[in-house]
Design a protein around this ligand. Structure first.
Ligand code: SAM
Length: 279
């Protein structure tokens, strides 16, 4: 989620236990009932849904998810909060609390059914990009993902060609998913309050890929290389990964800068490199 200030508060949990919000875990707990209700409405969990909540924290979203979903698995890194939630949901068979780092968690242990998982999370801002890329690797297991993130990150996620926020994050997410910026959330909705604005974003992995690269890792490498040198034209930035001859043969204008090429253009470049490596 978002960068937080230093005044991390001491909050009382339902069982009377006090919890000191931990900055290193990006803990900014949602407190605004209207915002919580709006997020829950958008998710609209059903008894047939298998939901994975990342970082349930003190359970702001968890309670409603547990009520509506058929199955709810929660992965929480903080041992104290995981223990608290485990006790809280002890009599609810639908809910499982797993104390683990989501980046080390094996998503395959939850299901092998394609497009079955609905992933939810008010994510800690410091790991939001790694979490998104980690989930993309398992996109075929996921039905949809709804996240609270730093607004600036959401703007990068939805940015299209020519937009100043257009880059690696948006391109890779849009390659795998349809991405929708749902609504913004003010800092006042959290305790402790983050310094930056937040937003809710929804991602739906494509069932049919609109564009498909021969090798998605190569696509990622091309995009990373291009945007690492934003000021350079493609002709100059891609020199190290594609031969001069193949570069000249590309049906893409290589005198352009990376922000002016579409996802389709990047797929064409990536495929040209893949076939060059195979040859
Ligand atoms: N969902 C709660 C809410 O909306 O109030 C808490 C959100 S708080 C921004 C982020 C939560 O993610 C915290 O509970 C934190 O302990 C947990 N967290 C941080 N890093 C994590 C990780 N690597 N894996 C799983 N949970 C993590």
């Amino acid at each position: 989620m978002s960068g937080s200030d230093k005044s991390h508060s001491n909050v009382r949990l339902d069982n009377g236990m006090r919890h000191q919000a931990r900055k290193r875990f990006g803990q900014n707990f949602l407190k605004d009932a209207a915002i919580i209700a709006r997020i829950i409405d958008h998710i609209n969990a059903q008894p047939s849904d298998h939901v994975l909540e990342i970082g349930p924290g003190q359970g702001a979203l968890t309670e409603s998810l547990a009520r509506n979903a058929g199955r709810l698995d929660c992965v929480e890194l903080d041992r104290d909060l995981a223990r608290y939630l485990d006790k809280y949901f002890v009599n609810n068979d639908k809910v499982t609390i797993i104390q683990q780092d989501i980046l080390k968690f094996d998503l395959d242990s939850l299901t092998d059914k394609p497009h079955s998982l609905r992933v939810i999370g008010n994510l800690p801002y410091n790991i939001s990009t790694p979490v998104l890329f980690y989930l993309l690797r398992k996109h075929e297991l996921i039905n949809d993902m709804t996240f609270m993130l730093q607004l600036e990150v959401v703007q990068r996620m939805v940015a299209g060609v020519g937009d100043k926020n257009y880059g690696r994050l948006g391109l890779m997410l849009q390659y795998f998913c349809e991405v929708e910026h749902l609504f913004n959330v003010p800092s006042s909705a959290f305790s402790p309050q983050p310094k930056v604005a937040s937003a809710i974003v929804q991602l739906r992995p494509h069932r049919q890929m609109p564009v498909q690269a021969a090798d998605a890792d190569m696509l990622q490498q091309v995009i990373r290389t291009a945007f690492n040198q934003r000021r350079k034209t493609l002709k100059n930035s891609l020199k190290g990964i594609i031969s001069e001859a193949a570069l000249q043969d590309l049906p893409v204008d290589i005198t352009l800068r990376p922000e002016n090429l579409s996802l389709q253009d990047y797929v064409v470049i990536s495929d040209a490199i893949s076939s060059q490596t195979e040859a």
